[in-house]
Design a protein around this ligand. Structure first.
Ligand code: NAD
Ligand code: IPM
Ligand code: MN
Length: 361
């Protein structure tokens, strides 16, 4: 029997609630495909800070590195905001994990399930059939650029500093991922930056253009300024196939696109490096406003696990089945509160898990 080593990191807020449903799906995969998951549960974020004074320990990092895949919930919350040293905040634990594993390619598919075409804040005709793939650079840019910090100014007052910084090879490796992904889909890439105001954006545009001409001229490439991209996502989102962008713009644009699919609770992600384990986590955060209430939508987390099956465990068939089961559950009218509309059946986190397990059979 094949055994896969999985590190499970439920994290904070709604993390443990949604990850309990992921565990049920994992058990279904074991029973159906005759594989076994050797699961190590670890701490990340505020819960790790509370236990160890560190949002992601080196021991946990070593376990992550030795896994086949890392499946995470979410981190952060008001309990820690402004109450820890900045480099010990929950989010710093997640950034350490991404950086140390060099997970530079963050894939964020924004798909509108048919049953949810009326759940978006946009009209049905704008979102029905929507299928965008964000390829977000995740290991560089202003998230990690030096110098950074808060300093006292000699003349009095203070300055906050962050540095947007991309070297050519960082742009080339993420662009390659976007072009390769596009070839397997609609063969179109929009590359979003601010070449009009930032040198890092100008270099981005130049390097994407060069790589495209040299190796990917079969793919249709368009450059778009990131602010216009945000507007176009709301105006006519179905014009997009693959959106290639940097760490910060990718964070913002993918949250905006989430609402085209019905809810932030629907968007999964995969973070991949050059070999080594991938990290699979929902795009949403710890949702402190609903944590502990049993009403969080577990679908983004479950679809993230499906991405783990597809990209790290070579079990694409199991991933397809899970995605089909999610679709069938929505077709049957089950909705968590974030997706609720008239005539549908409102269920909690466990109820949605029940529905999906039921559909899996
Ligand atoms: P958030 O994503 O946690 O929540 C935004 C809104 O979406 C809230 O109203 C929330 O209730 C709702 N929501 C999110 N996920 C949902 C789900 N699965 N089901 C139903 N509703 C859902 O963003 P925020 O409030 O800005 O941030 C809260 C905390 O999470 C912060 O500490 C932030 O740093 C952290 N965060 C972590 C991650 C991560 O772990 N990857 C991502 C984003 C934010
Ligand atoms: C995300 C989050 C993270 C980010 C934070 C929590 C570090 O917003 O995964 O989208 O900004 O990348
Ligand atoms: Mn985000």
């Amino acid at each position: 029997m094949t055994t896969y080593k999985i590190m499970l990191l439920p994290g904070d807020g709604i993390g443990p609630e949604i990850m309990a449903q992921v565990r049920r799906v994992m058990t279904w995969v074991e029973g159906t495909y005759g594989v076994s998951f050797d699961i190590t549960e670890g701490l990340i974020g505020g819960c790790s800070y509370d236990a160890y004074g560190d949002p992601f320990t080196d021991e946990a990092l070593a376990t992550a590195k030795a896994s086949d895949a890392i499946v995470m919930g979410c981190v952060g919350g008001p309990k820690w905001d402004g109450k820890t040293a900045y480099d010990k905040r929950p989010e710093a634990g997640l950034l350490k994990l991404r950086k140390q594993l060099d997970l530079f390619a963050n894939l964020r598919p924004a798909m509108c399930f048919d049953a949810l075409a009326d759940a978006s804040s946009l009209k049905r005709e704008f979102v029905a059939g929507l299928d965008i793939l964000f390829v977000r650079e995740l290991a560089g840019g202003v998230y990690f650029g030096e110098p950074r910090g808060i300093e006292d100014l000699p003349g009095g007052g203070r300055v906050g500093i962050n540095t947007q910084r991309y070297e050519d090879w960082e742009i080339i490796r993420i662009s390659r991922v976007a072009f390769e992904m596009a070839r397997k889909r609609g063969s179109r890439v929009h590359s979003a930056e601010k070449a009009n105001v930032m040198e890092a954006g100008l270099l981005w545009r130049e390097e994407v253009t060069k790589l495209h001409a040299a190796e990917y001229s079969d793919v249709k490439l368009e450059h778009i300024l990131a602010d216009n991209c945000a507007m176009q996502l709301v105006k006519a989102p179905k014009q997009f196939d693959v959106i290639l962008t940097d760490n910060l713009f990718g964070d913002i644009l993918s949250d905006a696109a989430a609402m085209l699919t019905g809810s932030l609770g629907m968007l999964p992600s995969a973070s991949l490096g050059d070999g080594g384990p991938g990290l699979y986590e929902p795009v949403h955060g710890s949702a402190p406003d609903i944590a502990g209430k049993g009403i969080a939508n577990p679908i983004a987390a479950i679809l993230s696990f499906a991405m783990a099956l597809r990209y790290s465990l070579d079990m694409g068939d199991a991933a397809d089945k899970i995605e089909t089961a999610v679709s069938a559950t929505l077709e049957a009218g089950l909705r968590t509160g974030d997706l609720m509309s008239a005539g549908m059946t409102e269920v909690g986190t466990i109820g949605m898990g029940d529905g999906i397990l039921n559909a899996l059979g």
